[in-house]
Write a protein that binds this ligand. Sequence first.
Ligand SMILES: NC(=O)C1=CN([C@@H]2O[C@H](COP(=O)(O)OP(=O)(O)OC[C@H]3O[C@@H](n4cnc5c(N)ncnc54)[C@H](OP(=O)(O)O)[C@@H]3O)[C@@H](O)[C@H]2O)C=CC1
Ligand SMILES: Nc1nc2c(ncn2[C@@H]2O[C@H](COP(=O)(O)O)[C@@H](O)[C@H]2O)c(=O)[nH]1
Length: 324
Amino acid sequence: METFDYDDIQLIPNKCVIKSRSEAGTTVKFGPRTFKLPVVPANMASVIDETVAIWLAENDYYYVMHRFEPADRLAFVQRMHDRGLYASISVGIKASEYQLIDELAAQNLVPEYITIDVAHGHSEYVIQMIKYIKESLPDSFVTAGNVATPEAVRDLENAGADATKVGVGPGKACITKLKTGFGTGGWQLAALRLCSKAARKPLIADGGIRHHGDIAKSVRFGASMVMIGSLLAGHLESPGQLITIDGKQYKQYWGSASETQKGAYRNVEGKQMLVPFKGSLADTLVEMQEDLQSSISYAGGRDLAAITKVDYVVVKNSILNGDY
Ligand SMILES: NC(=O)C1=CN([C@@H]2O[C@H](COP(=O)(O)OP(=O)(O)OC[C@H]3O[C@@H](n4cnc5c(N)ncnc54)[C@H](OP(=O)(O)O)[C@@H]3O)[C@@H](O)[C@H]2O)C=CC1
Ligand SMILES: Nc1nc2c(ncn2[C@@H]2O[C@H](COP(=O)(O)O)[C@@H](O)[C@H]2O)c(=O)[nH]1
């Protein structure tokens, strides 16, 4: 099996057909809606809160609210709908989560998007949850994850998932590889490529994005959407605390399976860290869009589809791998 990660790949340019990068279209249809960018902030409590979710929904970006204020999710859906915005929530697979699905269905509160968010998504219990949601809330678009293999993608799609999220352990705050020996850390892009061979429905590439160019690389290797945590956690609007050390500003970023999030040291597979402070989220998303427009122009096209066709080379160690 050929393994590589984001830093090992360079996409090969084609003849440019547009006069200006501003002509390149970065929109993507994902489920029932079309979004400005194939980028979604991670559904982590250190990346998104309700204020960020509202701003993203109002500005035609995809968002997925985290599941770590479980009792508030039904009211969250209601508040988003009252504002005329789409609702996109996360669920787990424990018994209480079935109760939430029942309550949403009973009140005819149908979130446009539901993401089943479990570390090891290739699981009979995730399959049961997919089936339950599709029966109870058939109009919700269901993403299931996280997975690492084509078999998992097939199983979750066959159970009824509308999209699958790929990435076990490549995240910046992740210690799954160190704690368990498993995952796609260090070969996330190759894992995405393998999964895309099996997928018949959209894939979300989740974790390991360190540069804006990694978004284009994800699209090249089969992602319809790219989930980003650490790179989007350092903003003014990000929930983490702002911290100044030696005159430099940082924001706190913590994993969803960290002791910080869990409030206990049990099944910990994540850590807390600092990420550089970056100013406003809106500015970063505009820069991501401009960079992606440039990627489309290098691909020789006018929209994201052009990127999916480009040739590439594997250049190991072209820049330093890992966290730097
Ligand atoms: N993308 C990634 O690589 C990873 C992401 N995370 C994130 O951390 C958060 C917490 O994740 P998670 O621990 O799944 O959440 P939960 O604590 O909600 O666990 C999900 C359920 O699956 C059971 N389970 C059985 N085996 C596993 C396994 N190997 N890994 C996880 N659960 C298992 C758990 O039981 P029990 O707890 O009794 O085992 C629990 O009932 C999520 O938001 C997840 O996305 C965490 C690790 C990796
Ligand atoms: N192994 C763990 N993975 C985690 C944890 N919390 C979140 N995540 C995953 O990371 C990505 C974000 O990755 P990044 O490289 O962009 O920072 C996120 O979407 C989850 O899938 C965790 O505690 N442990």
